[in-house]
Design a protein around this ligand. Sequence first.
Ligand code: 1GP
Length: 245
Amino acid sequence: MSKVYQIIATARTENRKLLAVLIDPDTPSEEQLIRIVEQVNKAKADLIFVGGSLLVKDALDTCIQTIKRVSKVPVILFPGSVLQISPAADAILFLSLISGRNPELLIGNQVIAAPYIKQSGLEVLPTGYMLIDSGRPTTASYMSNTAPIPYNKSEIAACTAMAGEMLGLKLVYMDGGSGADKAVDPRMVEAVRKQIEAPIIIGGGIRDTQTAVEICAAGADVIVVGNASEHNPLIIQQIAEAIHQ
Ligand code: 1GP
């Protein structure tokens, strides 16, 4: 029933770090997509996230079908809107944007999406989603019409994550936004780790092994790499090896 959550929770218990490769269904050609997914297989990356803050090509279903043809790695929707629901995936991050104060993204869109998700049979992963300032405006902060948590305000991040966990959210995802100038500060990850037991997912601007390893050492359980894997699929293997060690 809760296969993907079990994968993440078990890894957390065993102190194994996971790599999720994020694929924006609009971006790669089919050939590029296959190359990325083959790297995911080769590198033994753990999860594939699919989604984007703004999609314009209606390519979600075909993207997931292609991934499923090439790989057995679980595919998890990381939806930028209620339009990004596909039963072809294995699970969905059911996000509540708890860093923001936009009621539509705290509960409104979830109400609209709930019956469709229920019907889809997707595994639901209730996730507290926190946007973290990364030096410049991102599509995620613009589209969500919310202010991110300031880069160096670890205590705000920690209190927000605590509240999310107390509300019953099973995962916390801290995101600098796709293509962030700088990744989430490991000191912020550490501050959140001290306060919650839920698995922590970190993404946005992670492009090299050192950053990934530092963020894992600070207490992250899942590292998300998007842009960097599109530009250079070989980075998937490098980061997977570094964090799996
Ligand atoms: C964005 O966390 C993801 O929402 C991944 O970010 O594309 O910068 O790796 P990047």
